[in-house]
Write a protein of this length. Structure first.
Length: 578
């Protein structure tokens, strides 16, 4: 980035104006030259430091759910070749010694949580040897070890907050499992970790010392600087924007769920992978360029259309994470810089997709100017109604990664990625899109709310919308085909044909059939209230008996005056039953 800034500084005012205009058309922000007073200085002491705002929020979440591994971050790699374990362990610990964030623990002091950098932390690679097992049993045993390791809890007060494990499958087949607490890790840190691990391991194999550029600051320096700068008039300016952005918004996303929403979240999660083909990606990008938008924005706009079609809500808020590493000094620092901002879009079915995209684009550009506002401070200012069953402000998250990852390799070793699912989810629904040759996409969801088949169908609907969008971007979003041909055939063909030979049951009779089949499924939700089919049926029956006692029977007109809520559904069913 320094080289880029130097080149920008060398432009004439006219050249810079043209350059900025071109970048703006492409939806790219120009890196700003930092003034000396804006740089982050080293803190100049080894005393405990405050946490960054977003880091502090993670700490509080972990204290609220101390027995859950929701904020464990993990990965696994498979090494094919002769692995030099001592060199790998040394390479790993050189990284720990270089980056203070990975030698940090957290504890309360005088009523405040602080981070304390330990002078020395040694990580011992745990080795699990499965070579004694029959070949047919090793894979199953390895999967069990990965799952256990990814769910093991971390002790934030005593540390260490990272672990590494080697699972020996054979002399030339080793699985490397790495886990770390999110409070000292973000996605960018992951990339830097593997780069430094490769450099260090290669150097030690060659009998050399690894070379890295000196770090200008450490994470605690950033945390102290953030606390000193985001306050007073600057803080009020940022909060004022988010106050206006969220004013009057519905902070509850009423996605239809398969199971009743429990009073407290248990963060049990699952995942579904699907692929967006590169050709479709390219067509989406071309459409985005027509509106001076980015691929990120068009994929998010399609996600918001999907959520609108599922909920009918005219106000859709989606959280999206940002790297938050705009300052040059933070580029090579390990730690938790990630922040998440709530992006709100007002949607109606009469809008075309192109119009929705424009709204998402305009909102995104406006919000990016205030992206450094810690989400915890937005929460404190907005003060949403407390609901332990949902995440505050947004319950759906959109993640887009278009920065190509450096292929991780080690000398003499072929490296493949290994999948780990520790079966947790932080939000009701997360759509993550990683743009690469395979076009990988992922839905992460709360397994206590949704069945897997529901999410598979939702992914199919998202894909169908993407195909429709590139073909007919000016069509009303209410008219974009979301169902597959097979679904339409079943709905309008098989089911209609099967029902044409007999008299169709009345609505309340169909409902009662559903009650028998799925009494514990959620039938209706309104705000933070939900009724299962059994509960809804019981309430409707009580109303029906009351109406019959009052003289209501067939062909009797019954007036109904009630606002939209679960009571409206109870009333309609009760009248039909009477």
């Amino acid at each position: 980035m320094k080289d880029l800034q130097e080149r920008i500084k060398s432009l004439s005012p006219e050249q810079r104006k043209v350059f900025e205009a071109q970048l703006k058309k492409m939806g790219i922000e120009l890196p700003q030259e930092q003034k000396e007073e804006e740089t982050i200085p080293p803190r100049g002491h080894d005393r405990p430091s405050p946490l960054s705002y977003d880091q502090e929020r993670l700490w509080f979440f972990q204290q609220m759910e101390p027995d859950k591994s929701t904020y464990n971050v993990y990965t696994a790699l498979r090494f094919h070749g002769i692995l030099h374990i001592e060199a790998l362990e040394r390479a790993f610990n050189t990284i720990v010694a270089r980056h203070e964030a990975w030698r940090t623990t957290f504890r309360m002091q005088e009523g405040q949580v602080v981070q304390i950098v330990q002078p020395k932390v040694e990580i011992k690679l745990t080795v699990i040897d499965l070579r004694h097992l029959p070949a047919a049993e090793r894979e199953e045993a390895m999967e069990a070890e990965k799952f256990r390791e990814s769910n093991r809890l971390f002790d934030l007060e005593n540390g260490p907050l990272l672990r590494a494990m080697l699972i020996r499958m054979s002399d030339t087949d080793t699985v490397f499992v790495f886990s770390v607490h999110h409070i000292v890790m973000d996605r960018v840190t992951f990339s830097m970790f593997f780069h430094e691990l490769k450099v260090n391991y290669t150097a030690y194999l060659n009998g050399e010392e690894p070379e890295h550029a000196p770090l200008p600051i450490q994470y605690a320096d950033y945390a102290e600087h953030q606390r000193q700068t985001i306050q007073g008039a600057e803080l009020e300016k940022q909060l004022s924007y988010w106050r206006k952005h969220l004013e009057g918004a519905s902070l509850v996303l009423d996605l239809p769920t398969d199971y009743p929403r429990q009073a407290d979240q248990d963060y049990k999660g699952a995942r579904h992978n699907f692929v967006i083909p590169q050709e479709l990606f390219n067509r989406l990008k071309a459409l985005a360029r027509q509106e001076n938008a980015t691929a990120n924005m068009i994929a998010m706009a399609a996600f918001k259309v999907l959520l609108y079609r599922y909920t009918g809500q005219p106000d859709i808020i989606v959280g999206t994470p940002l790297a938050n590493r705009d300052k040059v000094e933070t580029e090579n620092i390990f730690g938790y810089f990630l922040t998440t901002i709530p992006l709100r879009t007002e949607i109606t079915g009469d809008l075309s997709f192109r119009e929705v995209l424009r709204r998402v684009k305009n909102t995104s550009f406006g919000a990016y100017d205030y992206k450094t506002t810690p989400f915890g401070l937005i929460l404190d200012d907005i003060k949403p109604e407390r609901d332990a069953s949902r995440n505050p402000i947004y319950q759906a998250v959109f993640v887009y990664v278009d920065v190509p990852e450096e292929k991780f390799t080690l000398p003499g070793i072929e490296v493949d990625g290994e999948w780990i699912d520790n079966q947790t989810a932080k939000y009701d629904l997360t759509l993550a899109i990683v743009e690469n040759d395979g076009g990988l996409s992922l839905f992460e969801y709360r397994a206590d709310l949704f069945e897997h088949s529901t999410i598979v169908r939702m992914a199919d609907h998202y894909m169908n919308l993407l195909h429709e969008i590139v073909e007919q971007p000016d069509l009303k979003i209410s008219e974009l085909a979301m169902m597959s041909a097979a679904e339409r055939k079943q709905l309008f063909g098989e089911w209609q044909e099967s029902g044409a030979q007999e008299v169709s049951p009345a609505l309340h009779q169909l409902f009662e059939q559903r009650v028998k089949a799925s009494p514990d499924r959620v039938a209706v939700t309104y705000e933070n209230r939900a009724l299962t089919y059994a509960e809804l049926n019981a309430r409707a029956n009580r109303l029906a008996h009351h109406l019959r006692r009052s003289g209501v029977g067939p062909e009797t007109l019954v007036g109904l005056c009630v606002e939209r809520s679960e009571r409206m559904v109870v009333s309609i069913l009760g009248i039909l039953k009477a």
